[in-house]
Design a binder for this molecule. Sequence first.
Ligand code: BTN
Length: 277
Amino acid sequence: MAMNEPFDPQRLQLETCVRQVDYHDALDSTSDRALKLAGAEDLQLPLLVLADRQLAGRGRGDNRWWSGDGALTFSLILPKHPAAASHRTATQRETSVLATPRPEGAFVSLGAAIAVERAIAATLPDCELRLKWPNDVYLQRKKVCGVLVESPAVARPVFVTGIGINVNNSLKGAPDEVRARAISMCDAGGRSLDRNELLVRVLREFELILSGLADGSLSLREMWTRACMLQGRQVSVQSGGQITTGLCEGIDDDGNLLIRSGGGLVRCSTGVIARSE
Ligand code: BTN
């Protein structure tokens, strides 16, 4: 595999909606750093926290996120009602980024997964890609990306969206149990990939998706359905102490997972997939 090329914060700022880049050679967790920054008053949002290497990444719940050299790990601080977030012209600003959509958290969370799925599809067009609710991306039936959305309690309302993608961090030498569940883009594609290019693609897709969801020109359900991994399968969703089991009918436009169980159609807004077959 080729060496990982250095990140190019200037390019990321020029070619995407990101207005400020906080770049580090190494960080324990880009999301921890973003949560710390989120309370500052002089932030230019969207702000991208990017690390060449992440040493102690966090996953959802109590999980950790392992990422070796060559992974892509970053967190975006996004305004919750970001009508004034874009640095584009006034006309573009009206149609760009968000304008107070209804289930904003679900748009950000599921929208991030769709953005990654599209960016990977453009990079590795021959590989099978699927979305697993609520926001995992699967490549050749193994997890390639995880998303963690957090809402820090700070004066200015923001989302911190942490995204980890296995890019050039080959899992060939990883323990069997890791290789059984996870995959890296370089192992699937047989070559190393340009992380700058992939990140530009993800950020552009994310902006397009969020603005389309905000102005109603895009449907979360339609975008998700094209690549939904669980649709038509028997699933069990665990949420709090409750387990809902039934046939998955995809998601609705608010990002809820639809489960047809004995008692009718159940909409799950949060939870983890305990089982699917
Ligand atoms: C999951 O699937 O459990 C979510 C994983 C999210 C990992 C990313 S990597 C960048 C950001 N920083 C973190 O510490 N976590 C997120």
